[in-house]
Design a protein around this ligand. Structure first.
Ligand code: CP
Length: 313
């Protein structure tokens, strides 16, 4: 178990071994979270900046809490109240944050490659918290962590990702992680949102939802990413729900131990029935809980930690 990366920019460039190091380290941090005193001094004296230029609830708050649990000083950058509004560039903004001694900059941005861009000139570590429709690496890591925790393995599982795949950074990061760890990945949704080019990533593509979910061990639902779509990709939300929504009737045709996942935010009554979202098969809120341990692991590792062996038992 070892890690030698200063940044976490994507899942595509990680090896299966590196993914497993994050997952094992997260497991150790989850155990820390069960103690009476949940804080460890791993990032004492370090400054972590949450540079979110796009909205977020789960990712921003769990990174903030993760940094606090590691005893770092945390700054939450608010784009709307910043000098970005006065025309300052992303490059200058990031360099100013570094001039204030930021050690780790966590960035969410609507532009693909924004974290990679920062990593080219900053001395600080850069963590990708979602860049456009490209990648959302910590979401994929917390998703695989949750699957591993619930199913005891990843290799050989049938994972169906259902919804707007084309505009989803969660889908891309999940596909990379799941394929590297040996899962079988099926993609399903409207043909305009699930192009067959994804077969080149080793996925099965089908437009028949019943076929997609029948043998699934995991169904990971994605919302329609309206904010990234530049044209109408299907006739109506009502038709989308009728053809691809996970209803109670459809859930009844799945394996009895199927796990229902969703990165959030969920759109109840669109991609998922309320009752399904709140059912015993849903692990949506456990994903959020696991995000804290996974993000503690990522901050610990990019700060120079080598793996779970360094976390006191
Ligand atoms: N899953 C996710 O990225 O949620 P937020 O947009 O709330 O961070």
């Amino acid at each position: 178990m070892s890690w030698n990366r200063k940044h976490l920019l994507d899942i595509e460039s990680l090896t299966a071994g590196e993914i497993n190091t994050v997952l094992e380290t997260a497991r150790a941090f989850k155990a820390v979270g069960a103690r009476a005193i949940k804080k460890v001094p791993a990032l004492r004296g370090k400054t972590v900046v949450n540079l979110f230029i796009e909205p977020s609830t789960r990712t921003r708050i769990s990174f903030e809490l993760a940094a606090m649990r590691l005893t770092a000083d945390v700054i939450n950058f608010t784009a709307e109240a910043s000098s970005l509004k006065k025309g300052e560039t992303l490059r200058d903004t990031a360099r100013n944050l570094e001039a204030l001694n930021a050690d780790i900059i966590i960035i969410r941005h609507s532009a693909t490659g924004a974290p990679h861009f920062l990593s080219r000139f900053l001395n600080a570590s850069v963590v990708n918290a979602g860049d456009g429709a490209h990648e959302h690496p910590t979401q994929a890591l917390l998703d695989t962590f949750t699957i591993l925790e619930k199913k005891g393995k990843i290799a050989g599982l049938n994972v169906t990702i259902l919804g707007d795949i084309l505009y989803s950074r969660v889908a891309r990061s999940n596909i990379w992680a799941l394929r590297k760890l040996g899962a079988n990945v099926t993609l399903c949704g409207p043909s305009t949102l699930v192009p067959r080019v994804f077969e080149q990533m080793g996925c099965r593509v089908t437009y028949n939802v019943d076929e997609a979910i029948a043998g699934a061990d995991i169904i990971n639902l994605l919302r329609i990413q309206h904010e990234r779509q530049r044209k109408t990709m299907f006739p109506s939300l009502g038709e989308y729900t009728a053809l691809f929504g996970l209803t109670k009737a459809r859930l009844a045709k799945t394996k009895p131990d199927v796990l229902i996942m969703h990165p959030g935010p969920i759109n109840r009554g669109v991609e998922i029935d309320s009752e399904v979202a709140d059912s015993g098969r849903s692990v949506i809120l456990e994903q959020v809980t696991n995000g804290l341990a996974v993000r503690m692991a990522v901050l610990f590792l990019v700060n120079g930690g080598k793996g779970p062996q360094e976390i006191a038992g």
